[in-house]
Design a protein around this ligand. Sequence first.
Ligand code: NAD
Ligand code: MG
Length: 394
Amino acid sequence: MTRQRLTVLGATGSIGVSTLDVVGRHPERYEVLALTGHSRIDVLAEQCIRHRPRFAVVGKVEDVPVLTNRLRAAGVATEVLSGPEALETVAALPEVDAVMAAIVGAAGLRPAIAAARAGKRLLLANKEALVMAGEVFMAEARKAGAVILPIDSEHNAVFQSLPATFGGDLAGCGVRRILLTASGGPFRTLPLDQFSAVTPAQACAHPNWVMGRKISVDSATMMNKGLEVIEAHWLFSAAADKIDVVIHPQSVIHSMVEYVDGSVLAQLGNPDMRTPIAHALAYPERIEAGVASLDLFQVAQLTFERPDLERFPCLGLAYQALRAGGNAPAVLNAANEIAVEAFLAGRLRFDRIGPVIETVLATVPQTAVPDLAAVLAADAAGRAAAATAVANGP
Ligand code: NAD
Ligand code: MG
């Protein structure tokens, strides 16, 4: 068997580490050609020593000699590069078959698009890239014949619950709607009057999943689910009114597809990202992922609730941005990144994240986003307006 050659963008993060865990279980199937990490040079060094990639990319040019020296001392010949352009280079290397896009936030957009343009098999975890640039992104992927496999557990579950022949026409496949499940995060039942005092440590302590800090805060505000609604719109050509959100605190059903005959297909499993990662790596085959069997007796109960939009205004704002179209999703995403960063830095109260995003959506004028330049302009406008809104509030 020829081995699949991989680039892992964001290798040092939560998804990146889980990806290398699965890859390391199947050395006969996968070869790592490039790894990238923005700051955790120690982690990246260990990963390079273990997987021996041809290239590694770091964020800062000062870290190039640091990592290079570490690797040479260990007898590893990996070439170390730095900066945003190097990310695009390793995402589009001619020898690479598949790219795991697991950089967090807007920083992942350009390398993910570079992989799509190069026609790679794209394992997409970086949902912000699709939220910002869905139309441009999907058009580039189509043009280059890039196959996009969703890593986000909900979208991976939807993908698994759709017919294998699905080509973008939900109605033609008899689909009535998509049901995205959400855990509800750590504050599903917290009294509303306590939201103003929520700390970053509390927001990052998710009940079911261990994730990076930004997505953990997004889960706590439920903006994560809002971004996922927009992500589902682009991945599955689904209108906003065909995507419903269901709170399911156990995180065992990862999402569902309802058909016109009343059938509802679901994908279940333990909340472990190695399942969707292994699914996408091996698709259409199946490989061992190191995930324990689902113990339904231990789970015992699966429960469901309607999302409360007063508690979680960010979810409503994401639907609003999706319906508005144009630059609104990119502006929403940018405002959220700035608000979350300010919250994590102690400069913004938790319960002000939603209002900041709402203000930004109301201030930045609506435009179309026909190309990447327009997407980046929308992102910049959203960031500037959000910085002002953060500075103006408590
Ligand atoms: P993380 O914070 O743990 O890791 C982020 C990675 O991106 C790191 O490798 C970091 O070095 C890199 N990075 C950060 N800023 C960068 C920059 N400016 N330039 C280049 N690289 C940069 O995040 P994560 O939880 O692994 O999430 C990664 C992506 O996957 C996010 O888009 C997230 O929404 C998505 N996702 C994560 C999970 C999860 O369980 N963690 C689940 C679904 C989707
Ligand atoms: Mg998800």
